[in-house]
Ligand binder design. Structure first.
Ligand code: HEM
Length: 170
């Protein structure tokens, strides 16, 4: 008896679970991580740490520049590391959208591909920021693309949020 009630509950939970919910959760996590990364990027700028790692994509030719580590190097290095994690998450978002394409809105794989394009473009701009020694137009484009990527995530997240009407008129 207890078993059949549990089975019924499990079956209901399975019916209710939607890949859309999984994707929405991932989108909000990437949005929060991006917001934090933008704060780290701003700190990098105001701390004059933009060239604390003089090369790109590695920092002093290493994955972890332990010998050179100080606050400025940490900010620039962590900014890149966090950006790489967000890039991988965006690729995972595209993978999930494609895998579940028959059970998610039709626009989602396209929107996810757009997000991946923006993050790759942002990575290239980030590299140019360093190699072109903080050229003002590149730094500006880097900030603009960060805002565009963040806004794209917010739009995707809100469009995946279920709409619940109150049923009240007036
Ligand atoms: C998700 C990806 C990224 C986002 C959202 C992001 C965001 C930002 C933001 C908001 C700033 C502050 C800009 C300003 O105050 O004008 C910044 C600065 C910076 N970012 Fe990124 N960034 C990303 C990836 C990268 C990557 C991959 C690099 C690679 C080197 C990079 C290098 C830099 C540098 C050097 C600065 C400091 C610029 C300066 O000192 O003027 N960023 N980033």
């Amino acid at each position: 008896m207890a078993n059949s009630v549990l089975n019924q509950q499990n079956a209901t939970a399975e019916v209710q679970w939607q890949p859309k919910d999984l994707v929405r959760g991932l989108v909000w996590k990437i949005a929060i991580a991006t917001w934090l990364l933008m704060a780290v990027g701003s700190a990098t700028r105001v701390m004059n740490a933009g060239l604390a790692c003089p090369d790109w994509p590695l920092c002093y030719g290493q994955l972890i520049p332990a010998a050179q580590m100080n606050l400025q190097v940490f900010l620039e290095w962590f900014h890149r590391l966090d950006a790489a994690a967000i890039g991988l998450s965006a690729i995972a978002l595209l993978g999930l959208s494609l895998f579940y394409r028959s059970r998610v809105p039709k626009w989602l794989p396209w929107a996810s591909a757009g997000a991946v394009f923006l993050i790759v473009f942002q990575g290239v701009l980030g590299g140019l920021t360093v190699t072109q020694l903080l050229r003002f137009d590149i730094v500006t484009a880097h900030l603009g693309t960060a805002l565009l990527f963040f806004c794209a995530l917010l739009v995707i997240g809100f469009m995946l949020t279920p709409y619940e009407a109150t049923g009240n008129i007036g």
